[in-house]
Design a protein around this ligand. Structure first.
Ligand code: GLA
Length: 343
């Protein structure tokens, strides 16, 4: 919950890793993100400047912006979009000073942008009676879609607004119902940066989404997850690949939630690795360096490993037995010195 002292409102919102269920949050699938112990810590206070002042500790920057300025391709967009949304809703009024400290690496696929928007909205909704986490998440998605211009699904926003640290959140992206599942102590999902950086708003995300929509359209289904593998042969080659990823990933992620509930981590790991291979071959959002890192992760004893988030670089996640985790991570970093353990 945001806290307030003398008109200063504060919110801490975590980053997330997606364990499985990739590229299916706008295709009607089930996704399984988990909040991480890295977070955005954000403070907001009304000012008398007639403009928004945004301060980032991380970038050592201060910027002043008009109350209705459009997005500028700058890190402050996420805060400004959220402030403009909150003013339009009547949650706050006038210029605001916001300062951000963050331990979420940027461009890593760990939802630093969703966390920044959600944290700003949480502080802005502090004086409202009760704004539910799902309301905040949907608002954050609308800001990302309409103000930032990235046509993302609802995965990141629900994960960071409603998830509990250390628990996986099974989210049905169609009904938006979600349920937390604890991870038993003897297994760990380790999140590591590959050393390859990425950016979502560079157009590749949009293209992949459009391909999924075109495939669903051609197959006559509202959600691509509802299509059948038998039907995709009539699609052109690249749409058929996207459809095959989405249909098989929807199935894998349902099986993974069952495996988690049954504590079958060998199966869970296999599903993660299969997900990676599908992201590599069919969704075509991996990069050769991460394919190689995933192979090494498995060779060093991980039960499963995959690229996570939208891909094209950034982080990967590996499932490792807790008693092996420290040794596994050391060996991984020795083999690939650019790899960095995040959580
Ligand atoms: C990004 C988007 C999400 C989702 C993933 C891919 O994180 O913001 O909505 O589509 O990519 O699974």
């Amino acid at each position: 919950m945001p806290t307030a002292a003398a008109g200063i409102y504060r919110a801490t919102v975590p980053g997330r890793v997606n364990l499985i269920g990739e590229w299916i949050d706008f295709n009607g699938g089930l996704v399984l993100p988990m909040p991480l112990p890295v977070a955005i810590d954000l403070q907001r206070q009304a000012n008398n400047l007639g403009q928004d002042r945004i301060i980032s500790e991380q970038f050592e920057e201060v910027g002043d912006f008009g109350l209705e300025d459009p997005a500028a391709g700058h890190w402050s967009d996420y805060v400004r979009g959220a402030l403009q949304y909150a003013r339009a809703k009547g949650w706050i009024s006038g210029g605001q000073t916001v300062s951000i400290a963050s331990s979420i690496p940027v461009g890593a696929g760990l939802s630093s942008s969703a966390a920044t928007i959600v944290a700003t909205l949480k502080t802005a909704a502090s004086d409202m009676k009760h704004v539910a986490p799902l309301t905040i998440a949907l608002a954050a998605q609308a800001i990302e879609n309409d103000y930032i211009g990235v046509p993302c699904g609802i995965l990141d926003q629900v994960a960071v607004a409603a998830g509990e640290p250390g628990a996986a959140l099974a989210l049905d992206t169609r009904t938006r119902q979600y349920q937390s599942h604890n991870i038993p102590d003897d297994w760990r999902f380790l999140v590591l940066h590959s050393g390859v950086s990425r950016a979502l708003s560079d157009g590749r995300y949009k293209t992949r989404r459009e391909e999924c929509m075109a495939a669903a359209d051609n197959l006559g289904v509202d959600y691509l997850c509802d299509a059948r593998l038998d039907d995709i042969s009539g699609l052109d080659a690249s749409l058929a690949r996207r459809a095959r990823h989405v249909i098989t990933e929807a199935d894998r992620s349902r099986q993974a939630v069952d495996a988690l509930i049954a504590s079958d981590f060998a199966l869970f790991g296999q599903l993660m690795t299969d997900s990676h291979l599908s992201l590599q071959a069919d969704m075509q959002v991996s990069v050769p360096r991460i394919d190689e890192i995933v192979r090494v992760a498995l060779a060093l004893g991980a039960a499963g490993a995959r690229i996570t988030g939208a891909g094209f670089g950034g982080c990967f996640v590996a499932l490792v037995e807790s008693k092996q985790a420290a040794q596994w991570a050391d060996a991984m970093v020795r083999r690939h010195p650019d790899v960095k353990l995040i959580a």
